[in-house]
Ligand binder design. Sequence first.
Ligand code: 5GP
Length: 190
Amino acid sequence: MQLLKDRILADGRAINSDVLKVDSFITHQVDIELMEAIAADFAEHFKDEGITKVVAIESSGIAPALMTAKALKVPLVILKKQPSKLLNGSLLQTEVTSFTTAKTYELTASPKFLKAEDHCLIIDDFLANGEAVTGAIRLLRMAHATVGGVGILIEKSFQPGRKKLEGAGFEVYSLARIKSMKSGQVEFEE
Ligand code: 5GP
């Protein structure tokens, strides 16, 4: 998506060769018009998949996922991050390792909002090692819901997330695919 790529080049900052900072338009301050354009692109791409719910990973996935849910006219379900396993038998939980902090957390959801008849579109801001999205997929499986697709704003294709997800049989649709961030220089895939 050219609009997102242009914005990354203008306002994104590679803080090293692995991590891109996008806090002025995605992760801290949110550019609503950009989110609307992103949502329209995701909604068009996934319109024939029979999506019944959009699923976001807390917290930076929420803004684009909310707009995408609105565009697809389906509810948004937020998967919540908890620091440790809760003694709460009514929640679905799975352990995930954070890319940015290298710490583990529990990704959780209530089975009240994810049912066997749900066909879900998972939306997240970044795809790096694929840990967050594979955690989301595990939770959906626990709820007997199915995955209709994975929509990512920024994929760092030099990290193994896509390979992991495609190897497990999931389609990954990314709006911007970064090939390299060496020396602070963002280079996109063709
Ligand atoms: P993964 O689980 O695929 O290894 O990493 C994806 C998650 O880590 C995303 O939910 C995102 O919040 C965070 N993340 C991964 N790479 C980056 C990055 O370069 N910049 C920022 N801001 N977050 C990232």
